[in-house]
Design a protein around this ligand. Structure first.
Ligand SMILES: Nc1ncnc2c1ncn2[C@@H]1O[C@H](COP(=O)(O)OP(=O)(O)O)[C@@H](O)[C@H]1O
Ligand SMILES: [Mg+2]
Length: 386
């Protein structure tokens, strides 16, 4: 599990509410945190797990389930992290049951992060593998969708104006030229409030703009908001192309994304990298896979040896720089386990940018080639613990 943001704001009531909900049933309790992308569902689940971990002697377990099958994740986790030897002769469903049956003692918290939907996909990939009902497992689900009646639910709303301002302020202090950020907000309190409102008090948008302010210490807040305004049209277009329906609330994030995207122009590799990353499944991935994709295409042509060396150098310097560009702008997140992940909304935005790139097909090809090559290296009988 990740450590979570060091500047968690404005959710004390929800943390408390989550805990109360879990107390009301000592059997399987499934709470869903519903709400739009970027509102802070994942962060709330994370903060809850961290804050209340002492209540869960059976441990905390985090499964990023979007695009992934829960059963496989449970079996892998039990094998590698719990050291269980799962009888091979069992059917897969029974293997998963075996894992739940041999889980460490005590109440355990199981988080299923970002369930894409509660219809067909859920019934196939998640439901059959849930821990047994009437048990010591508490299951916390985050999703953009509303779950069925079997779930208790907490609907998460955007931040309060005060909390939004606090987020912007703490953001600027943490990443900016230390106190410059704070002074800036104190210098333009009305503009800062207006900015938060413009961003719809959505944490993801506040994060992106907070980073933008840090990266541009000489810009006034008013100026940044002007720039955002200018991005409104592009942002609308961007949102129409994603699978999102909640246009208005996320206009701020989309505009913030457009602003950050413009900022990446000075490092074209960073834009390209973002687009390439959008091809990865929405689960945390290892950097070596990304490197492989990049180098694969760079090697495609028959370079003269000298050129090759130059190219090598470019690849070695440019891609880590591109990576930093994205991480610094909060467009890419490095997890505790040293894997990377994209926020689902950001991933969708990058996908629409990818569609506009002439290199899109080339990127897709190199991605597929790399994945096939990697898959072929996996022995028929898995020997490596991942
Ligand atoms: N209450 C909060 N305080 C500070 N930062 C937050 C808060 N909620 C969310 N964030 C930040 O906003 C971004 C989006 O939040 P996330 O939980 O990923 O959204 P969701 O899961 O709803 O799409 C993340 O970078 C997260 O760290
Ligand atoms: Mg999430």
């Amino acid at each position: 599990m990740n450590r979570g943001t060091p500047h968690f704001v404005g959710r004390d009531a929800q943390l408390e509410q989550l805990h109360q909900e879990f107390q009301q049933t000592n059997q399987l309790a499934i709470c869903a945190i519903a709400g739009m992308g970027g509102v802070g569902k994942t962060e709330l689940a994370l903060q809850y797990a961290l804050r209340y971990q002492d209540n869960y002697p059976g441990g905390l377990c985090w499964f990023p389930v979007r695009g992934l099958d829960l059963g496989t994740q449970v079996v892998n986790f039990a094998r590698t992290k719990l050291g269980l030897t799962i009888p091979e002769e069992l059917e897969f469903n029974q293997q998963v049951e075996y894992c739940w049956g041999h889980w460490p003692e005590g109440t355990a918290l199981i988080v299923l992060d970002d369930v894409p939907s509660f219809s067909k996909d859920y019934k196939q990939r998640i439901q059959p593998y849930l821990p047994p009902a009437q048990s010591r497992f508490k299951v916390l689900v985050t999703s953009r969708q509303r779950p069925g009646a079997s779930y208790r639910r907490i609907d998460l709303d955007v931040l309060s104006p005060e909390a939004a301002l606090e987020l912007l302020r703490s953001r600027s202090v943490a990443y900016g030229q230390s106190l410059v950020g704070k002074e800036r907000i104190e210098k333009e309190p009305n503009e800062a409030e207006a900015l938060c409102e413009w961003l719809g008090y959505l944490p993801l948008g506040l994060e992106l703009v907070g980073r933008y302010l840090d990266i541009h210490p000489n810009l006034t807040i008013a100026k940044v908001q002007k720039r955002l305004e200018k991005k409104k049209l592009a942002a609308k277009a961007l949102l129409y192309q994603t699978e999102q329906g909640e246009i208005t609330a996320q206009l701020g994030v989309a505009a913030a994304f457009e602003l950050s995207w413009d900022d990446l122009k000075e490092c074209p590799e960073a834009q390209q990298l973002g687009c390439r990353l959008s091809l990865f499944a929405p689960a945390p991935f290892d950097w070596f896979l990304v490197e492989k994709c990049v180098i694969e295409t760079e090697d495609e042509d028959d370079w003269e040896e000298e050129q090759e060396e130059l190219e090598d150098l470019r690849v070695r310097v440019a891609w880590p720089t591109a990576n930093r560009y994205l991480v610094n702008r909060n467009l890419l997140q490095l997890t505790e386990q040293q894997t990377y992940r994209l926020h689902q909304l950001i991933r969708e935005f990058f996908l629409t940018k990818l569609a506009q790139l002439p290199e899109a097909d080339g990127y897709k090809q190199s991605f597929c080639q790399t994945m096939v090559a990697v898959a072929q290296e996996i022995p028929d009988t898995p020997t490596q613990i991942v």
